[in-house]
Structure formats: structure tokens, C-alpha cells
Ligand binder design. Structure first.
Ligand SMILES: [Zn+2]
Length: 539
């Protein structure tokens, strides 16, 4: 089951209430509209604003700031006093505040403030009073002042904010806990890069943030997860409490955005985990992603023959089962790849066994694979549908047919539907968001380039019109921490293509095409790994 607290990651867009049109015309009229409109607004709200004046002292100058009782303050006054740029959306009343390469969005009703790509909760919503947007004091302390490199305290007696230059901002952390059987991933989403040291004990995993102050999201939170009971923060230390003693854990960083991923499992499911008693001085943090630098480190490519065992996949009119075709083609791809590329090819299965979708990407993650290729055969209600299609992951299917393919492949879950909520279009957007964001967002561009390269080669093999590369929410690609594509090599539902899928010639032609495409994909990225020059790109 998914981690029950998965939804705690906030979406990356502002949450503000849209009120009536009549009001919206006067949104932030203090900034945008002339005095006449301001007067009209006062007439509409039927009260004279009891605005008081307070002051901000910053860099030797004192600026006025409107306040309501010293608890809420006028956002645009403070932003301008700090030299930040303020732009107001006349329709929504949302202020966009920028400075130092950072951006804050704040509108009427916003209590979860988008700051760059993070969400910072404040104690109460911003609100529009007499045409000016007010926010509670902690918005200024936690969000606005740090944007200008300042920290400030408010003296209610003097009605004065005194600001001083702040040290480096503390590292903001968000936590997501996601269980993808057989492991649980605890994701520390960080506001910037951070040095960490990690250690495992019998009952917990510790992450120490050694070179920066941290701004934890909570002191302690319990999680409804099979392996993780809770996450706690104290000082510079985060502790993940195991639900049972003796679990294994390993951590690896990801960038764009900066994250630390801690993967927790039972010993057998985490073969590469550090020993359970490593001291705090032994950080098992490993770099993620493809090997770089020397250029000759062999690549690891995981080839995933779709379906298997009792899960046959699609069946052709002549009786060929998808699981048979994908295994033959997958084996040939694994055998062919090392001829074009210095690589190690790993099959997720090399026999007719049933393998849950989640396990397939888990294998790739554990192997620290550089690429993940999932091999399938397409089927269509239209018997004449033909050709190959290459997909990479998206939460949105690029068209309706892509959605159908994804639904079919997703429902072919070896767990017998143990994770029905993860199938496409069944709505658990928060969980999907986390998984997708965690694993594939950093690789989307590479995945699309790889898909494109494979599709170009397969078009030449199939000699058919380009069916194109597509995006769809394939469950088997979710959670892959490397570029990943799913290839539907041909339509098993088409009698002619079913025959081709049976033939060794076609199987090998597909394997050669995929190997050429992968070599082409690496020809610029890692030229030293290329063993044979790929044939010229077919026109
Ligand atoms: Zn399939």
C-alpha cells in the first residue's frame, strides 16, 4: 500500500480562493487602481479602514508599513521597503514578488505560500482589506524578509520592524513517505544542496545535515507505512524510525530539485544496503545517475520483457502470447546491446515467470541502471492497427489511445491488482505526483530523446508510418530513477505483425534497432562507450 502520508507534499501552484468577479475588480487596487476606485471600494465595503501605521527599519532607512493591530501587515509596503519587485494580477489579486532570483506568489486566501518551487505554510491566510493585501506577521518573518536576505523582529510598543542582514537561510525540508513494494522510500525534498552523513542502527536510520541549519517541516510525524513508523527531527538530525527492527536502508541524493532519497527494506530486498551497524562516520550516500567522468565506466541497461507467468499480456489471433514475444525480443536486446556499447545488460526476467510491475523498476534501481527499457507488444480493437510505438512517462497521456495502452499495461499487474490506485486515471494524483516527481522528472528530457531515437530506428524496421513517441502514465515506468521508456514493438493483434513477432529475423531486427538507438543516444553523452558506429539515421 502507498504511504498514508504521501499527500503531505504540497502542489507546486498557489492555492488561493477565487472570489466573486465584483470583488476581483478591486483586487489590490491600492497598487493598481486610481484613488477613485479605492474610494468606490470603501463605499462598497461600507467601512473606513482602521489602518494603522507601523515602520520598517532596514539598512539605515525607515519605511512606513500599513498594519491591522500589529498582527497583519501590508505585503506590498514591506516588499518595496526591502527593494523587492511587486507585480499584481488585476484579475486574481495575486502578488508576484521577486528579488535575488527568487519568487513568491501571494493572493487573497493564500495560507500555503509558493516560494520558488516550495510551499511554505503561514499561520493564517493573506486577506484583502480595503484594497490592500495583508498577511500575518510570520509571513514576513518566514517568507518575505528571507527573500531579501534579512531577518526581523517586530516591537509592538514601538510599532517597528527592525531588520538585520540574515545569515544563510536554513535548509527547508519536506518529507514524503512512499511504499512501493517491497521497499519504502523516504524522500527529503530540500530547498538546496546539502551535505549529509547517514547511519543505520537496529531500529532507525539517521540523516545528519552537517553543514547547514535546517528548517524541519515538523518535530515528529507518524506514518501509516509497512516499514516506516515515524520521522523525527532534533537539531541537525533527522531520524527515520523503523516499524520493525533490523531493516536495511541506503540513501542517495538526487538533484533538480535537490532531494535525499532513503530506501528502506528488509535485508533480502536491499542487497546493496550498508551493514546494519555502520557508525555515523560512515556515510553510505552514493551518487545517483549515470557514471560520468572517466567515460569508460560500463553502462548498466535493464531490459524488461513485459508480462510473464500467469500474466500473458495480449494474445494474437494466431495464439501468440505477448509474454512470449517480449521475452524472446528482450533476450535478443540484452545480447545485442553489448556489441554496440560498453554496457552490462540486465534482464528483469529471463524465463516465463510472473513479476509485479513494481519489482521491475526496483530491479533497475537496485542495479543502479543507466537506462530502463520495457518491451511490450501492442494490441488494438482495430485488427489493421500496425507499427511500433515508444512511450516515456507522463502523468498526462498525450492522446486518448496512449491512455488506453497505458490502462491496459497498468492493469496487467502481477499483484493481481494490489495497487489499483496506481493505475492510470484512477485518481490518486498526490501519490502519482510524488512517485513521478521523485523518479522521472529529472530524466524526462533524456527519456524523450531515447524514445525518439528508438522510434526512428523501429520505423525503419517496421517500414510503417511513424506512430510517433508518446507520453502516458505507465505504472512500470513510475519509480524508475533513470531515463526509462516503454516500447510497443508491433501489434500482436494484427495477424501479419503477429507472424513477424514470431520470426527470429524480426525479433533480431528489433533488437538491432534498439541497440543502434541506444548507441545513438550515448554517442554524444558518452562517446567512449560506443563500440560500433551506429548505422546512419534512416530517413
Ligand atoms: Zn504489454
Amino acid at each position: 500500500m502507498p504511504g498514508g502520508e504521501g499527500a503531505s507534499v504540497a502542489p507546486c501552484y498557489p492555492l488561493f480562493r477565487i472570489r466573486s468577479r465584483a470583488h476581483s475588480r478591486f483586487r489590490d487596487s491600492r497598487i493598481a487602481a486610481p484613488a477613485a476606485a479605492f474610494a468606490l471600494l470603501l463605499a462598497l465595503v461600507g467601512a473606513t479602514p482602521a489602518e494603522e501605521r507601523a515602520s520598517i527599519s532596514w539598512k539605515g532607512e525607515t519605511h512606513p508599513i500599513g498594519t491591522l493591530g500589529g498582527r497583519e501587515f501590508v505585503v506590498s509596503d514591506a516588499a518595496r521597503a526591502l527593494g523587492l519587485t511587486v507585480a499584481a494580477d488585476a484579475q486574481t489579486g495575486v502578488l508576484t514578488i521577486t528579488g535575488g532570483g527568487h519568487q513568491i506568489l501571494l493572493g487573497p486566501g493564500t495560507a500555503q505560500v509558493p516560494v520558488d518551487r516550495r510551499i511554505v505554510p503561514i499561520s493564517g491566510p493573506a486577506r484583502l482589506v480595503s484594497g490592500a493585501l495583508y498577511a500575518p506577521a510570520d509571513f514576513f518573518e518566514k517568507v518575505l524578509f528571507p527573500l531579501a536576505g534579512a531577518s526581523g523582529t517586530y516591537d509592538a510598543g514601538k510599532k517597528l520592524w527592525t531588520l538585520v542582514p540574515a545569515g544563510p537561510p536554513p535548509l527547508a525540508i519536506e518529507i514524503a513517505v512512499v511504499h512501493v513494494a517491497p521497499t519504502t522510500q523516504v524522500v527529503f525534498r530540500l530547498s538546496g544542496p546539502a551535505k549529509t552523513a547517514t547511519a543505520t542502527s537496529e531500529r532507525s536510520f539517521q540523516v545528519r545535515f552537517s553543514d547547514t541549519k535546517i528548517d524541519p517541516p515538523f518535530p515528529e510525524k507518524r506514518f501509516d507505512d509497512p516499514l516506516v513508523a515515524s520521522v523525527r527531527f532534533a537539531g541537525d538530525l533527522a531520524t527515520i524510525d523503523f516499524r520493525e527492527p533490523g531493516l536495511a536502508a541506503r540513501a542517495y541524493p538526487l538533484t533538480s530539485p535537490d532531494r535525499l532519497v532513503v530506501e528502506i527494506g528488509r535485508q533480502a530486498t536491499l542487497p546493496s544496503a550498508p551493514s546494519g551497524t555502520s557508525g555515523p562516520s560512515a556515510p553510505p550516500v552514493e551518487p545517483a545517475g549515470p557514471a560520468t567522468g572517466t567515460g569508460v565506466a560500463p553502462l548498466t541497461i535493464v531490459v524488461d520483457p513485459g508480462h510473464g507467468g500467469g500474466e500473458t499480456g495480449a494474445i494474437g489471433p494466431g495464439g501468440l502470447q505477448e509474454k512470449e514475444a517480449t521475452l524472446e525480443i528482450g533476450k535478443r536486446i540484452a545480447a545485442t546491446l553489448p556489441r554496440t556499447l560498453a554496457c552490462r545488460a540486465v534482464l528483469t526476467r529471463d524465463s516465463d515467470i510472473q513479476l509485479p510491475l513494481d519489482d521491475r523498476t526496483s530491479i533497475a534501481n537496485h542495479e543502479k541502471a543507466d537506462l530502463f527499457l520495457s518491451i511490450h507488444a501492442n494490441s488494438s480493437r482495430s485488427a489493421s492497427a500496425q507499427g511500433s510505438e515508444t512511450y516515456y512517462l507522463s502523468l498526462e497521456a498525450s492522446d486518448k489511445l496512449a491512455q488506453e495502452v497505458a490502462s491496459r499495461e497498468n492493469s496487467a499487474n502481477g499483484n493481481g491488482g494490489a495497487h489499483p490506485e496506481l493505475a492510470a486515471g484512477t485518481g490518486n494524483p498526490d501519490l502519482d505526483f510524488i512517485l513521478w516527481d521523485l523518479a522521472q522528472s529529472a530524466h524526462l528530457k533524456e527519456s524523450s530523446e531515447l524514445a525518439e531515437a528508438i522510434q526512428v530506428e523501429l520505423n525503419a524496421v517496421s517500414d510503417t508510418a511513424n506512430r510517433g513517441i508518446k507520453q502516458a502514465p505507465f505504472r512500470v515506468l513510475v519509480g524508475a530513477t533513470m531515463p526509462a521508456v516503454l516500447v510497443e514493438v508491433a501489434f500482436i493483434s494484427n495477424a501479419d505483425e503477429e507472424k513477424r513477432l514470431r520470426s527470429a529475423e524480426f525479433q533480431q531486427a528489433v533488437a538491432d534497432a534498439v541497440a543502434r538507438a541506444v548507441a545513438r543516444f550515448y554517442s554524444r553523452r558518452l562517446p567512449a562507450a560506443i563500440r560500433s558506429t551506429p548505422s546512419p539515421k534512416p530517413s
